[in-house]
Design a protein around this ligand. Structure first.
Ligand code: NAD
Length: 350
């Protein structure tokens, strides 16, 4: 990645929601999911280079607002993101996000981007990249429980990255399932709408849970998860918000992004602090085993980590070099004499 030339420094490229959607259509959604999953995997391989901290969360009765910073020493990124499950009742998204990438040498921002759509892409790309390492070989059927904003992105990432052919959808709200069925028409996936979570998991080698409720929910009970299944648990990502019955955790080998954050936010908040988990970067680098036998239950306790957003912003910035889908944002003060900020303000007097 290179900074804009000095003559161009007075603006920061800004990717609006409209431009993000244009970029997706230009690149192709499935190709973008594959490329994003490669970018995320490549950064997991550079794990030790990143500054890592659990995200900074501001909780309120109905939701949470979080800041997710990280740096690889060359670039710095942060994402602002919320999670408000009640929002959909008022016609609002559960999750809204934006993010920034900056050059570490100068501290100058080099990209500002919407990240609501990009988060759905990066979450799906991460899930599928992880399943590539952990799901049973030859898995073609996935249960998708929770058919909200993230769900179609998840289904398509598993198709593009892992070769999933059939998705079995379930949501407590039948309208959400009907929406996902409509959206996935013509995608090449076989889509089965189910009327219970038990029906959805029938014959599925992969189970994705992606529900939103600010409580300890039990989306999957112990008897629903058979031997050999890979569980991709995305929705439990906040203190007091989980999706799986504790007994499933006790039968699973658990894989996490960054333990200090997942212990606070993930499914494993239901387990003692010292319950063993494997860090994904070790599996991705071949330094720890992933799936070792066909009957093992693997669980990706996904909460979403800052390096995944860093990777997504890095990918988008590189894509902008080929597809100029951004606005020029005037957010850098740029006086001719860098010490004459005051003079610049004076000269702007109407
Ligand atoms: P959303 O509100 O659009 O959709 C959630 C869906 O879950 C809704 O359709 C709702 O009806 C359904 N649901 C709620 N309870 C259910 C139950 N008991 N059984 C079946 N379905 C149920 O939310 P979204 O944007 O799709 O996000 C889903 C969850 O994923 C949120 O909790 C969000 O915080 C989380 N998330 C995690 C990551 C990550 O990286 N791990 C990233 C993005 C979002």
């Amino acid at each position: 990645m290179t900074l804009p030339a000095p003559s161009e420094r007075a603006f920061v490229p800004f990717v609006s929601v409209a431009n993000m959607m244009a970029l997706i259509h230009e690149i192709g959604l499935e190709r973008m999911l594959v490329e994003l999953s490669d970018a995320i995997e490549a950064d997991f391989k550079r794990w030790e280079l990143f500054d890592k901290t659990p995200r900074v969360a501001a909780h309120s009765p109905d939701g949470v607002i979080e800041l997710m910073p990280t740096s690889d020493g060359t670039h710095y990124a942060f994402k602002y993101v919320n999670g408000h499950p009640k929002n959909t009742r008022d016609g609002l998204q559960t999750v809204q996000a934006f993010g920034l990438l900056a050059d570490v040498d100068t501290g100058y921002p080099v990209l500002l981007s919407e990240m609501t759509v990009l988060t759905a892409l990066r979450t799906a790309a991460t899930s599928a990249m992880v399943a590539k390492h952990l799901a049973p070989k030859g898995a073609t059927v996935m249960a998708m429980i929770g058919n909200g904003a993230q769900s179609e992105f998840q289904c398509l990432a598993f198709k593009a990255v892992c070769g999933v052919e059939t998705v079995r959808l379930y949501d407590i709200d039948a309208a959400a399932t009907a929406k996902a069925v409509r959206n996935l028409e013509g995608s090449g996936l076989k889509v089965v709408a189910c009327t219970s979570p038990e029906e959805a998991v029938e014959g599925a080698q992969i189970i994705t849970t992606c529900t939103a409720d600010k409580q300890y929910a039990t989306i999957l009970t112990d008897n629903m998860v058979g031997a050999g299944v890979h569980v991709n648990a995305i929705g439990g990502d906040c203190p007091g918000k989980t999706e799986l019955h504790r007994d499933i955790l006790l039968r699973s080998d658990i894989f996490v992004e960054y333990p200090p954050q997942t212990r606070i936010e993930g499914e494993i908040q239901a387990l003692p602090e010292d319950h063993p988990v494997t860090e994904l970067w070790q599996v991705i680098r071949g330094e720890a085993p992933g799936r070792t036998d066909a009957r093992q239950i693997t669980l990706f306790d996904s909460v979403g980590f800052a390096t995944e957003d860093f990777s997504a912003l890095r990918y988008v910035r590189e894509a902008l070099a080929r597809h100029a889908m951004y606005d020029q944002l005037d957010m850098l003060a740029d006086p001719d004499d860098p010490r004459d900020l005051f003079g610049m303000v004076q000269r702007a007097r109407p």
